[in-house]
Design a protein around this ligand. Structure first.
Ligand code: MF3
Ligand code: CO
Ligand code: CO
Length: 276
């Protein structure tokens, strides 16, 4: 493994981890803030009866009006501005004309590109009244991200992050999805290193100031196994149990980390908002 100063427009190179400076952090701050603002605005539209295509359109227009581009639009053949993953959909759910229903839980995952920098974040949105087990799943998914974040400090390794997430989720008899991982990002959407949401302490890549990556655990109520539907994107739990996810983009600093995608309205965790 090697570390390099993050060059502009670099390609992803296996085992080469970019270290970003002040310019990268400034770029990520702006992109992350706009993504978080968009996710805040979408809160009002997540209601029974609303098709996910409507949510996609609102995000597209918000990006356009704010000088940003949704990173997923035309990414590897994907044709939408965000992903909407409902109930047993683990990730990469495709927005469509079907309406949200009372009791659904939906993850909205949005990446806005601002001045070339990628702000990638996702949250859970309850639709109307949700079940107690759905609530518990969301609670634990957020707590697992928090546990991962607490381990994201220089001197630790990527394995420490994964271990913290896995330990918390499995203590609640929930499971961690293995097939999708967090990732480095910056001027690239997906860069080194991979951030596994499971693992052993002290393994993986040492965390160094200047590393920029996402943490985005997917937690299932049942088994961790996933399958991809015939559309080539939608990932679902094999046992059809509920799945939840939340994601922040962060940068490792000298003393800890900076979260680039904090909600300006304090809306990141919907259950904390409802309890307030
Ligand atoms: N935003 C997702 C991530 O967290 C990637 C979505 S790629 C798509 O990395 F093409 F499915 F939209
Ligand atoms: Co994302
Ligand atoms: Co991501």
């Amino acid at each position: 493994m090697t570390f390099v100063d993050a060059p502009a427009k670099a390609r992803r190179t296996a085992g080469v981890i970019p270290l970003h400076g002040a310019e990268g952090f400034a770029g990520m701050r702006k992109a992350g803030a706009l993504t978080a603002q968009a996710l805040d605005i979408l809160t009002d539209y997540v209601e029974p009866g609303v098709p996910t295509a409507t949510i996609d359109k609102i995000a597209y227009e918000f990006a356009r009006d704010n000088g940003a581009v949704p990173a997923t639009l035309f990414y590897k053949g994907y044709r939408h501005s965000l992903c909407t993953s409902i109930n047993h959909v683990v990730c990469h759910g495709i927005p469509d004309e079907r309406a949200l229903r009372d009791g659904d839980i939906v993850n909205i995952d949005l990446t806005l590109v601002v001045d070339g920098w990628h702000g990638d974040s996702s949250r859970m949105y309850p639709v109307g009244e949700i079940s107690r087990k759905a609530e518990r799943l969301i609670e634990i998914t957020y707590a697992s991200l928090e546990a991962g974040l607490a381990a994201a400090i220089p001197g630790n390794t990527t394995g420490d992050i994964g271990h913290a997430i896995q330990t918390l989720a499995e203590a609640e008899r929930m499971s961690v999805v293995r097939d999708f991982v967090g990732h480095g990002l910056g001027q690239l959407f997906h860069d080194e290193p991979n951030i596994l949401h499971f693992g052993k302490p002290g393994t993986g890549v040492p965390l160094k100031p200047g590393m920029i990556f996402t943490i985005e655990p997917m937690i299932n109520l049942g088994r961790p196994d996933v399958k991809i539907l015939s559309d080539g994107w939608t990932a679902v739990t094999r046992d059809r149990t509920l799945s939840a996810q939340c994601e922040h983009s962060i940068g490792i600093t000298e003393t800890g980390h900076e979260i680039f995608t904090l909600s300006p309205g304090g809306l990141f965790n919907p259950l904390a908002v409802r309890a307030a």
